[in-house]
Each structure stands twice: as structure tokens, then as C-alpha cells.
Design a protein around this ligand. Structure first.
Ligand SMILES: NC(=O)c1ccc[n+]([C@@H]2O[C@H](COP(=O)([O-])OP(=O)(O)OC[C@H]3O[C@@H](n4cnc5c(N)ncnc54)[C@H](OP(=O)(O)O)[C@@H]3O)[C@@H](O)[C@H]2O)c1
Length: 331
């Protein structure tokens, strides 16, 4: 008999909403509770029948087997990760690549001491893309891996870059779409293994609503020269009304492509590609997080504790199917 995994959703934003929808799509998952720093906001959105509690309600948390941490990577997860991993198995989507090892180390220590399992930096990048980079490199020793984002005509919505534009003086609202440069993808696919700088691979398109009376020239200049975010790229800025932004640029589409390029034998070219296209980035991320809740309960049942990334987890642990079903239908 299949047992049901009871989930706590910690933090209710875009990914938290996605987790609620993902629970409905997985027969072996059930919502135990939502914990939020703003429970009144969440109760107002979801209604009285959904069990919503304050972020430090550990009595409510006891009803769950696994907590899916849906806070932001920048400020929330570095605090919330160790805080909750002391009490319960956790899954999070920490996505600051440069700090990923430090975050892993802090979660590993906390979870080992507490005897819990913490699946960290789960999602699509880091996440499934990390797995593809590692596989490409293992199967083609010395292979180079390339990542392209926003390969469709609309591009991919970058929430971090949109947030950065919203901090510019005179900006009321903004959304930023990243576009891969098709010629760069073709160059990689040809097996040339080119040296590509960030601006050779992507360009950035910004849709900006300026506040009444704001200096649009100054806004455009500040965006284009923002170091790290926009300065290395060709950047196009469109000023639009709030109505146009809301009507034409709603939702969270994103997509990406990982290409590993190397050789086999005496120089035969070898190429592997992995692509995903999401109409909703937070819902897709949530689906991956929820599959890892299954893996966390299985790792815990094996007596394991500590932190795990997607690279450490057997794919069969993510699946709702039995070994027989996996070998019969998926192998
Ligand atoms: N690894 C990957 O591939 C991947 C992909 C996508 C996203 N991510 C990560 O996922 C993280 C979460 O993304 P998100 O889009 O869900 O962020 P978000 O909507 O900003 O939510 C983050 C937190 O902010 C609080 N919040 C949300 N809406 C609020 C509101 N209206 N008023 C007050 N507080 C509010 C919630 O916490 P409370 O309920 O406690 O207030 C929520 O947990 C991102 O930081 C990113 O790092 C990773």
C-alpha cells in the first residue's frame, strides 16, 4: 500500500502557489500546513479551509513529514534553511550558484546534527540542468558545457533582473526577458567549442513602466549600465504603460538549453543537449521540489541524514513508480 507524504509549505509566494498545484497532481502527496510570515495575507488568498499558520508554529509543523521551503534565495533561505532543517526534512530551491557550496555545507551540518534530510538547490537551474552538465562531462571527458536561456521568440522572464530594474529611481514596474542569441547556439552545435562571453550568448529586453514625470532617458541609461546585470549585454529598453505590461507580459515563462560538447575516441565530435520549456517557471520549479519530497522520505527511511543535491539522489527515488514499472516502461 502506498503511504501519503504530508507536506508543509513554508512561505507562500509564486513557488508556494506552484507547490499547492503540484500537490494536487501527485496522488501520494497531501498538504499538512502552510507556514508563513504573513499568515493573514495567505488566509485571505486561500480561504478559511486551508491550514495556514505563523512561520514559527512548530506544533503545526509536527503534522508534516517534509517541508518545502519556498522563500527567496537571497535573504530567506540562508536563514530559513538551517532554522527548519533542525526540525524536519526539507527541500529548497536555493539558486545562488556562487554561494551554493557554503549553503550546502551549512545545511549539511544542521541536518546531520538533527538527523534530518535536506535536499538543497533543487529546481531546474540549479537542479536538472546541473545533472545534465555533470552527465555530459562524465560521458565525454573534458567536454565543455554551455547554458542558453530564453530560446523561444518571447525569451524567458528573469525575475532577478526584473527586480533589479524595479529598484531604479523613477521605475514603477518592470519585466525583463532574456533572449539566447541563435547564432551562438548554432556555433556550439557545430562542435566548434567556441569561447563565448556572456554578451555573445544572450541579449536582454526590458519592458519598463516609468512613474509620472520620470526621466526615461536617465532610467534607460541606468539600466543599460548596471554592472553584472545589463552592462555586459546588448540591452533594449521599451517604455510601456502599466496596462500594457499587465496585459501582454503576465505569467512567468522561461526555458533553457544545456549543451555538452566534446569528443569520443580519436576526436569524433560528440554533443548532448537537454532542453526545458516552461509556461510557468515557478510551477515547474514546484513540481521538481515536490518530486524531491518523495526522495527525501525514502532517503530518511534508509536511515540517511544530511544535505543532498540532485546529483546525490537516485532518479528512481524521485518517481512514484515501482522498480518493475520503471524497468518495464521507462528504462
Ligand atoms: N532552482 C531553480 O531552478 C529556481 C527556479 C525558480 C525560482 N527559484 C527560487 O525560488 C525562490 C522563490 O521564488 P518566488 O517567485 O516564489 O518568490 P516570491 O514570490 O517573492 O516569494 C518569496 C517569499 O516572499 C514572501 N511573499 C511572497 N509574496 C508576498 C507578498 N505579496 N507579501 C509579503 N510577502 C510575500 C513569502 O514568504 P511568507 O509567506 O513567509 O511571507 C514567500 O515565501 C527565488 O528566490 C528563487 O531563488 C529557484
Amino acid at each position: 500500500m502506498r503511504t501519503t507524504i504530508k507536506l508543509a509549505v513554508i512561505g507562500y509566494g509564486n513557488v508556494g502557489r506552484g507547490v499547492m498545484k503540484a500537490i494536487d497532481k501527485n496522488d501520494d502527496m497531501e498538504l499538512a500546513c502552510i507556514l508563513s510570515r504573513s499568515p493573514d495575507r495567505v488566509k485571505k488568498e486561500l480561504g478559511a479551509n486551508v491550514p495556514v499558520f505563523a512561520a514559527d508554529d512548530f506544533e503545526a509543523l509536527k503534522k508534516a513529514d517534509v517541508a518545502i521551503l519556498c522563500g527567496g534565495s537571497k535573504d530567506d533561505l540562508p536563514v530559513q534553511g538551517p532554522f527548519y532543517a533542525k526540525h524536519i526534512n526539507t527541500i529548497d530551491s536555493y539558486d545562488n550558484h556562487s554561494q551554493a557550496l557554503a549553503y550546502f555545507t551549512s545545511m549539511d551540518e544542521t541536518a546531520r546534527n538533527a538527523g534530518t534530510v535536506a535536499c538543497v538547490s533543487i529546481g531546474w537551474d540549479p537542479g536538472t540542468f546541473s545533472l545534465e552538465r555533470v552527465l555530459g562531462n562524465a560521458f565525454m571527458p573534458g567536454a565543455k558545457t554551455y547554458g542558453f536561456y530564453g530560446t523561444g521568440p518571447r525569451g524567458g522572464l528573469s525575475m532577478g533582473h526584473s527586480d533589479a530594474i524595479r529598484q531604479v529611481e523613477g521605475v514603477q514596474d518592470a519585466r525583463q526577458y532574456t533572449h539566447a542569441i541563435p547564432e551562438a547556439i548554432e556555433q556550439v552545435r557545430s562542435g566548434e567549442n567556441p569561447e563565448l562571453k556572456p554578451g555573445d550568448m544572450h541579449w536582454r529586453e526590458c519592458f519598463v513602466v516609468a512613474k509620472d514625470g520620470a526621466n526615461t532617458g536617465a532610467i534607460e541609461n541606468e539600466i543599460k549600465n548596471m554592472s553584472g546585470y545589463f552592462a555586459p549585454y546588448k540591452t533594449v529598453v521599451h517604455f510601456v504603460s502599466q496596462e500594457e505590461l499587465d496585459a501582454k507580459y503576465a505569467g512567468f515563462p522561461h526555458d533553457g538549453l544545456v549543451i555538452g560538447s566534446g569528443t569520443t575516441g580519436d576526436g569524433n565530435k560528440a554533443l548532448v543537449e537537454y532542453r526545458n520549456t516552461w509556461d510557468s517557471n515557478p510551477e515547474a520549479t514546484a513540481n521538481i521540489l515536490v518530486a524531491h519530497a518523495r526522495a527525501a522520505t525514502r532517503l530518511a527511511a534508509d536511515g540517511k541524514s544530511g544535505a543532498f543535491t540532485i546529483l546525490d539522489i537516485p532518479p528512481a527515488y524521485l518517481s512514484p513508480h515501482s522498480r518493475e514499472e520503471l524497468i518495464g516502461s521507462f528504462l
